[in-house]
Design a binder for this molecule. Structure first.
Ligand code: TYD
Length: 138
């Protein structure tokens, strides 16, 4: 899948002297129905997450606290790096994009909105398997 399809989404913010509020509605702010939410936190210093691609699931990643880097790769040597550092910006990753996450700041929390329930069979856990599958897909 083309890395050009990975893009940042500006989310709404309701500014308030009591503290800001951001909300996300499926099919309005993200281009899919939200079927699952999970979050990654307490990542040790220097730790990395991800290291997989998904066959059908769309995801939007949001650094709701702190910051992290998301590296996306295709099967042809292409690579892009996104720094997520704002709770009002999401990164949409369509299916069939290899992703790695690193440089988590202390106390960071990465919220993920997903278009499907969890299913292990939807994962490519090996970059070699992902590349083989991409090359076999028209
Ligand atoms: P994984 O997707 O590998 O995490 P990361 O991309 O952050 O490295 O998931 C880690 C483990 O958690 C794995 O055993 C699958 C399980 N898991 C669920 O049970 N449900 C979920 O929604 C997710 C995302 C993971």
């Amino acid at each position: 899948m083309s890395l050009e399809l990975c893009h940042l989404i500006d989310l709404p913010q309701i500014p308030d002297a009591r503290g800001n509020l951001t909300f996300v509605e499926g099919r309005r702010h993200v281009p899919f129905e939200i079927q699952r939410v999970f979050y990654i936190y307490d990542v040790p210093c220097g730790g990395a997450r991800g290291g997989h691609a998904l066959k059908t699931c769309h995801q939007v990643l949001i650094a709701v606290a702190g910051s992290l880097d998301v590296i996306v790769k295709d099967d042809r040597g292409g690579q892009r790096r996104f720094q997520l550092d704002s709770p009002r910006r999401g990164l949409h990753l369509p299916p069939r994009i290899w992703r790695e996450m690193e440089n988590f700041s202390a106390g960071s929390v990465c919220l993920v909105l997903a278009s499907t329930p969890f299913e292990e069979a939807d994962y490519y856990r090996s970059y070699a398997d992902y590349c083989l599958a991409e090359k076999a897909t028209p």
